[in-house]
Structure formats: structure tokens, C-alpha cells
Design a protein around this ligand. Structure first.
Ligand code: SF4
Length: 346
């Protein structure tokens, strides 16, 4: 099976102090996350705020150091790389941040911002760098004249185009998109999503797309991992997940997504209570205090990942199946796109 990235048992815990002079505690931000991404594939991590999806993305890139687990990128153990090895690997793994303004240096022109990765990683003449910058500006839909401007002179959507251009300057193989459209106005969100899908196809990039928005995830991704309280509870190809969600948490999340067809009605599943604290995750299944289908065993036994159908993995006592060996589906054909809007409506 062709894989670009494999993450196994990724853990990130933070030590915190409870109250003034209180005892130390451990925040289980990410607690045993495993997934794989094929070349040309967009894999989305989706879940409520605080479920650990952004922490997972940062830990994969080693922007924060994981507590435990393994990350393999093109067969290399990312967590074992020394600083020079990490610097070279970053050339192939880039990130687009949520806040397009905060992620750009306000004192650098667009040209200087886009040149920076080239100066750090490639030996090009000034003329060659200018050419690459002009080419990338055109690719992301900005005007050549924009290169002399500063970030504050752009709208939010244009700034995110600059962020995407910067991430693509070195032609990476993997891009982590950390909520790349959630800070944008609704009116420009669709434009940036279309740009992301277009560039993912054009450059054959693998994308780890992190979002809390299920409608957005459906539009861009090939496969989806649903996270709850630091763990992936369900993984499935996008169409299967939206048409037939298996995990009770996925069903509740999807029941809240509006259906753009007045003839179809969805029964909203309201979950009781709040998401428990990641300092004291519940024993057994972490979702059991809120699960409308909880069994007695759910309070005591942590459900193991099972594969109830081809390409699907679910952590829930309601489902049997073999343990997942491989966690990645066949790589999409180069240029293969997520389902079209028409296909999504069927
Ligand atoms: Fe609900 Fe039990 Fe499944 Fe957890 S394991 S989601 S509590 S049915």
C-alpha cells in the first residue's frame, strides 16, 4: 500500500497546575492517534474545538514535540530526525495556518515573504527567485503588482492566498491545513476552498486538512477521521461517512449539519452535557457519559479500533470486525478530486 505519511499511537500530554499552588495534572490533548495518508490524498481531521486535531497536526510537523508515538514520512522516522534532518524534511512538509494575518510578518513585503523559503532551502539567483514568486502569485490568483505590498494592505482572503503561496513555494509533498478557512468571511470561504482543491490536484499534494466544519470537510476531503477527546473514533471515505455514519458521536455531529434540500429532514441528535475535561477523561469509552446508545460495558472497557467494512474503522462496542491492519485506502489517481457538489447531493 502506497503511503506518504503514517502516524502511529501519537500522544501529546501537557503538564498543568490545578489552581493556585494546586497539584500538577496532565492534559491528555492527543491520546493515541493513528492514521495514514496516501500520495495525492486529502485526509481530514474533524471534531469539536479542543478535541486535539490541531495539536495532532502540529505534532506531525514537530512544531510541538509529541510525548510518544511514531510518525513516518516517506519511510523516514520524523521523531528521530536531528535539527538538520528536520530542516530538510520541512521542505517537503508545510503548513497553512488558521489566522492569515497573524501568520504573516507585517514588516515583510509579499515578495520577501515568498522568497524566504527559497533563501532557506534553495540556491537560486535573485532573478530566479523573482520568477518563482511571480509564478506562484499567478497560481494563487494574485496580481504581479501585489508583490511589493505589505500584509495589512490585503483582505483576509488575499492574505490566506499569500499563506497558501508561501506553503507551496518549495513544492512540498504534504501540506497541513490548520482550519485554513475558518477565520475568513463566508463570502470568500468558497473561493479559498476551491483554490485549495485546485492546487491539491495541480501539484499532487497530500493534504492533512483540519477543521471543525463538517460541510467544509465534505467539500475538500477524500477520507475523514472524526476526533473526540484526543482520539480518532471513526475513519471512513468521505461519501460513506456522510451517507452512513457508524459511531454515535459522528451521527450526532452530522445530525447538526443543515441539509440543502427542503424535502429531506434530519432528526437532530442532542447530546447531553459538555465534552469532559481532557485532564480527567472518563474511563471506558470516553464518549459514554454523553452517548445515547451506551451499554454497560462502555463504562469499563475502552473500545478497540475495529474494521466493520472495507475502508472503515470505528472505535465502538456496537461494532465487530477485524482490528485494522492498514489504515489507508488505495491512493486516489493523480488529479482525482473529492466528490463533486452533484455527487454529494445524491
Ligand atoms: Fe457509545 Fe459505547 Fe459506542 Fe462508546 S462504545 S460510542 S459509549 S456505544
Amino acid at each position: 500500500m502506497d503511503e506518504l505519511l503514517r502516524v502511529e499511537g501519537l500522544v501529546k500530554h501537557y503538564r498543568v497546575r490545578r489552581g493556585w499552588g494546586g497539584r500538577g495534572a496532565r492534559v491528555h490533548a492527543v491520546d493515541g492517534v493513528s492514521f495514514a495518508i496516501a500520495p495525492n490524498e486529502t485526509y481530514a481531521l474533524v471534531g469539536e474545538s479542543g478535541c486535539g486535531k490541531s495539536t495532532t497536526g502540529f505534532a506531525v510537523l514537530r512544531l510541538i514535540e509529541p510525548t510518544a508515538g511514531r510518525v513516518w514520512f516517506r519511510g523516514r522516522n520524523v521523531l528521530a530526525l536531528d535539527p538538520e534532518g528536520l530542516r530538510r524534511m520541512r521542505r517537503e512538509m508545510q503548513i497553512v495556518f488558521q489566522d492569515p494575518f497573524g501568520s504573516l510578518n507585517p514588516r515583510l513585503t509579499v515578495e520577501r515573504t515568498l522568497e524566504e523559503p527559497l533563501l532557506n532551502h534553495e540556491r537560486l539567483s535573485a532573478a530566479e527567485r523573482r520568477e518563482r514568486v511571480a509564478e506562484m502569485l499567478e497560481v494563487v490568483g494574485l496580481h504581479p503588482e501585489h508583490r511589493r505590498r505589505f500584509p495589512h494592505e490585503f483582505s483576509g482572503g488575499q492574505r490566506q492566498r499569500i499563506g497558501i503561496a508561501r506553503a507551496l513555494m518549495l513544492r512540498p509533498r504534504l501540506v497541513v491545513g490548520d482550519e485554513p478557512v475558518s477565520a475568513l468571511d463566508v463570502s470568500v470561504r468558497a473561493q479559498i476552498l476551491n483554490l485549495i482543491v485546485k492546487l491539491q490536484r495541480r501539484f499532487g499534494i497530500s493534504l492533512l486538512f483540519i477543521s471543525h466544519d463538517l460541510a467544509v470537510v465534505r467539500y475538500v476531503s477524500h477520507r475523514v477521521g472524526v476526533m473526540y477527546l484526543g482520539r480518532i473514533v471513526e475513519t471512513a471515505p468521505v461519501r460513506e461517512l456522510y451517507e452512513n455514519p457508524l459511531h454515535p458521536y459522528t451521527r450526532a455531529l452530522l445530525s447538526a449539519v443543515p441539509v440543502p434540500d427542503p424535502r429531506r429532514r434530519r432528526t437532530r441528535i442532542l447530546l447531553p452535557g459538555d465534552v469532559p475535561s481532557p485532564i480527567d477523561p472518563p474511563p471506558g469509552c470516553r464518549f459514554h457519559p454523553r452517548c445515547p446508545e451506551a451499554l454497560a460495558v462502555c463504562r469499563e472497557e475502552d473500545p478497540r479500533p475495529r474494521r466493520p467494512a472495507d475502508g472503515r474503522i470505528v472505535c465502538c462496542h456496537l461494532y465487530g470486525g477485524s482490528p485494522p491492519g492498514e489504515t489507508v485506502s488505495p491512493a486516489p489517481e493523480p488529479g482525482a478530486s473529492p466528490p463533486t457538489p452533484e455527487e454529494r447531493r445524491t
